[in-house]
Design a protein around this ligand. Structure first.
Ligand SMILES: O=C(O)CCC(=O)C(=O)O
Ligand SMILES: [Fe+2]
Length: 336
């Protein structure tokens, strides 16, 4: 059964307002540098060095978010610089890399902010391993449970639950909101959902009684919901746990475990909130504490639809080294 989503409650997002940054700081984001697509490692090093010069309060907030997170598991940077002339650049209709966008300010915002949280990585199955992925509605995919969908709500998920090397953080940078300004990135943190669960349900959710599915885009060609490994939904500290959750792809192994999963689904549906991203907003999501999704919206396919760029951040590059080529950021783990 689909939970009925009530109106999200008022936002209490931790926000860093970047409007009004002075010339020197703006220059850090805007000054040309290495090409992120052909000279990737140089680009990332250059961005990390630039990030060292960001204002101290920005660095402090990112450090605290990296180390301690917050109850929402969300940090919003508002009003970052954008590519000059972005207004005239079309949203890529196929949600692939834009050939019209020849400057890299948005990529630099993602890499600079990401460098304070960890290291950017990508997955070979996601947009060919691009570190900066373009998210836009794609014609024919309106009802699909992925970032190319639009007219159906994108259900709550942790990014790549099924993967042995999931990102600890996920960054979404808004290049263009939807025409009607109704699309919201939705999110729910376990800190808010946990108090709504009974001790019995919590106990069950801490046990490996749940099977995740492999994302359709990661080679789950039969679109099976329970194609992945068995895991607990909650793990870590009993009073401040992390969560593995995917509303669409997760199933329980026993009826009791199923009831607990259903209770969590209802808890998420009652505590979730939403944020409407605007041009220049960069949303950092703690992928271990907070699940996210998207409300539905109506695309027009006129070249000016909603357009986000996304990056994934891991704390330790060494964990995925076995599935990466030396000097590369692309994680190449294969799935049946
Ligand atoms: O479109 C959004 O706001 C969120 C999309 C999403 O869930 C994702 O890109 O992982
Ligand atoms: Fe997502």
């Amino acid at each position: 059964m689909q939970p009925i989503l009530t109106q999200p409650s008022t936002n209490i997002v931790q926000t860093i307002d970047c409007r009004g940054l002075d010339e020197t700081i703006l220059h850090l984001f805007l000054a040309p540098g290495p090409n992120p697509y052909t000279d990737t490692e140089e680009f990332l090093f250059d961005c990390e060095m630039r990030a060292d010069e960001m204002p101290r309060p920005v660095r402090r907030a990112l450090l605290e978010f990296q180390v301690r997170s917050n109850t929402e598991g969300i940090l919003l940077l508002q009003g970052l610089p954008i590519d000059p002339g972005l207004y005239y650049v079309h949203t890529p209709l196929d949600a692939q890399r834009s050939t019209e966008k020849t400057t890299y300010v948005s990529e630099r915002c993602l890499a600079m902010i990401g460098s304070r949280l960890g290291h950017l990585v990508s997955y070979i199955q996601e947009k060919n391993g691009d570190l900066f992925q373009n998210l836009a509605p794609v014609k024919g995919s309106e009802q699909i449970q992925s970032s190319s969908g639009s007219k159906s709500r994108l259900q709550f998920h942790r990014e790549t639950v099924f993967h042995p090397y999931p990102p600890e953080f996920l960054l979404l940078f808004c290049l263009r909101p939807d025409h009607d300004r109704i699309a919201e990135t939705t999110y729910a943190s376990i800190s808010h959902a946990l108090p709504l669960l009974t001790p019995e349900h919590r106990d069950l959710l801490f046990q490996p009684l749940y099977r995740t599915g492999i994302d359709y885009s990661f080679g789950n060609l039969q679109q099976k919901q329970d194609s992945g490994t068995v895991l607990p939904v909650l793990y870590g500290n009993r009073h401040d746990p992390f969560l593995n959750y995917d509303e669409d792809l997760m199933t329980a192994l026993t009826p009791e475990a199923e009831a607990a999963l259903e209770a969590l689904k209802e808890a998420i549906a009652s505590v979730y909130r939403g944020v409407k991203l605007n041009v220049g907003d960069l949303l950092c999501i703690d992928n271990r504490r907070t699940v996210h999704g998207r409300s539905s919206f109506t695309p027009r396919y006129d070249g000016f639809d909603r357009w986000l760029q996304r990056s994934f951040v891991v704390r330790d590059l060494g964990l995925s080294a076995v599935d990466r080529q030396p000097g590369e950021r692309i994680i190449r783990t294969t799935f049946a």
